[in-house]
Structures are given as C-alpha cells and as structure tokens.
Design a protein around this ligand. Structure first.
Ligand SMILES: [Zn+2]
Length: 181
C-alpha cells in the first residue's frame, strides 16, 4: 500500500526508516489525576506512559480518544515528572468548563524535537529577512507553514532554519510556552 502525506503534514515517526514492516503509530493515552488553578495558570497532573515520545513533551494537549483531534486541554510546560506521573502548567488559562479529572485522553505534543530545541536555544541569532524568490522552499520550524518567497514578507532565519515573524514573536520573543526560562 502506498501512503502519501499532504505537504506540510507531519509524517509518522517510522517514515524514512528502513523497517520493512513498520509498526503503526499508537498515540499515548493518559488519565487526568488532578487539575487545579494556580494564579492565572492551571496545573494538570496526568498518569500514563508517554512513549514513544521521550523528549519535547510540551507544549502538548489532551485530545479525545475517538478522533484524537478534539482538543480537551492544552499543556504548555512540563514542570514535574515522577515515574509515569506528569505535571504540566498551562499559562493564562481558565479551568475547563467541564471537569476532566478522572477522564482518559490521547496525549500529543505540538512540536518536533528540533522545534523544541530551537525554542530553548537562547544563544541562537535570528536575522529578519525575506526568503528570495529563487526557487528556495522553506517551512516554519514551529508551525510548518510555508515561508513566502516574497520581498515584502519578512521572516526570520538562523543557520538555514526559517521561522515566520509570528512564530518569532510568539515563541522566541514572547516565549509563550515558557520554554526559554
Ligand atoms: Zn511549502
């Protein structure tokens, strides 16, 4: 069977490996143990293995079990681990309207390992520039969106890695998910 992936979509982890019979990807499932407000933030404690993810656990979110697409709650930063019990902080967020404690969800990180490392790299120098219209084709490391080849659209580049102005403002300057502290 041929599998194709839409441009810009994230391929499953086994694409590109030499395994002849790839195991299908099974998203980790967790149970919400605790959830409580803390100032302007919310603290969420979930239990369960997060394999196959072994780093870049956050930012992430909990999604419904059936479609794995409906977001139940975002988890911005991992702040504690004890065996397979994981504590996350979500910034400037109210409690969910319906209580999620005791419920099971699919756990899914939002960023690749490389995007996560990029967000934490405070020594990296970013240069504001336009991607030239010379056949180069780049995607934002954080959001996967296409970087326009357009003299009037400014993006940011560092050692050949491109991100959009919005991603730069949100994740480098604004540190929206508190990766850099
Ligand atoms: Zn593209």
């Amino acid at each position: 069977m041929m599998l194709t992936f839409a441009q810009g979509a994230i391929a499953p982890f086994w694409v590109g490996t030499r395994m002849s019979k790839p195991k299908p990807f099974v998203a980790p499932r967790v149970i919400v143990r605790e959830q409580f407000p803390d100032g302007k933030d919310v603290v969420t404690v979930v239990a369960g293995s997060l394999r196959p993810y072994n780093q870049a656990h956050a930012p992430a979110a909990l999604y419904d079990l059936e479609t794995e697409r409906v977001k139940a709650f975002p988890l911005h930063k991992l702040v504690g681990v004890d065996a397979d019990v994981w504590t996350f902080r979500t910034y400037e967020q109210g409690m969910p309207v319906e209580q999620i404690i005791g419920q099971s969800y699919v756990f899914r990180p939002w960023w690749s390992q490389s995007a996560w490392e990029l967000s934490r790299d405070s020594s990296r120098v970013w240069t504001k520039k336009a991607l030239p219209d010379d056949g180069s084709h780049e995607h934002c490391e954080f959001t996967y969106v296409h970087i326009p080849n357009d003299d009037s659209t400014m993006s940011y580049e560092s050692d050949g890695i491109w991100i959009t102005s919005e991603a730069y403002e949100r994740f480098i300057i604004g540190d929206e998910y508190h990766c850099r502290e």
